[in-house]
Design a protein around this ligand. Structure first.
Ligand code: DHB
Ligand code: MG
Length: 222
């Protein structure tokens, strides 16, 4: 199996199952034109997040790592009219680009953008009494994964769903620790999950137009 084949299959299923969406495509294209890296979730993964939020009946969503707002738009579109999505981004240029994309998508009334380092903003959210969130999507810097997961758990309730992007990292997850801080982050996340009685989790490997990676899905228990 090759990248070419994964891309072809994503293209085939995407054409059939994921309607062309000018707002999302523009958000993605504008990000490239602004020199932002191509690190949004793929359309397939974006739709998976959207469907997960719908299956779960999520009314409140926390996103750690807004980036271009691409996944934010997919998630916010799953919310009811009185829903709320709080999204955190430390990159000011990313946050500005995301604000424009979210506005253009007609979702600004549902989305509360917070600009700052997640480890500064998350305690502020807790102090404000924000949450518990029905669903949390973690897609920020990879070394921060375990700390972000700890905060997501703190801002959750029994039944909350937590999704973490990029936990397989092209298979590097199984390489030895200490060479790549992103891999260390993903491994520490898994160690934490193994020892955490409050969550039940799985990690699913993925291939597609954006290569080989994977995500962790966790549900918070009693
Ligand atoms: C990178 C970050 C992501 O969130 C992603 O999905 C892919 C790549 C990166 O920083 O390289
Ligand atoms: Mg990602």
């Amino acid at each position: 199996m090759s990248q070419e084949q994964w891309t072809a299959v994503d293209s085939y299923t995407g054409k059939l199952l994921i309607p062309q969406d000018t707002t999302l495509e523009r958000a993605s294209r504008a990000s490239r034109e602004a020199g932002l890296p191509d690190v949004e979730v793929s359309p397939h993964q974006g739709k998976l997040l959207h469907l997960l939020a719908r299956v779960h009946g999520a009314r409140t969503v926390l996103e750690i790592g807004t980036f271009s707002g691409y996944s934010t738009i997919w998630l916010a579109r799953a919310l009811p009219a009185d829903g709320k999505l709080i999204t955190i981004e430390s990159g000011i240029l990313f946050a500005k680009a995301a604000a424009a994309h979210i506005e253009e998508a007609g979702l600004a009334h549902l989305v509360d953008q917070r600009v700052g380092k997640a480890l500064d903003v998350l305690p502020q959210l807790a102090a404000e009494g924000a949450g518990p969130f029905d669903l949390c999507f973690i897609d920020a810097d990879k070394p921060g994964m375990p700390e972000y997961f700890r905060w997501a758990l703190a801002l959750s309730r029994p039944g909350s769903v937590i999704v973490v992007d990029n936990v397989v990292l092209g298979g590097s997850l199984v390489e030895s620790a200490g060479t790549d801080p992103a891999v260390d982050g993903a491994r520490a996340l898994h160690d934490m999950l193994a020892a955490e009685p409050r969550v039940s989790a799985t990690t699913v490997q993925t291939v597609g137009a954006k290569g080989y990676d994977g995500f962790t899905l966790a549900v918070v228990g009693e």
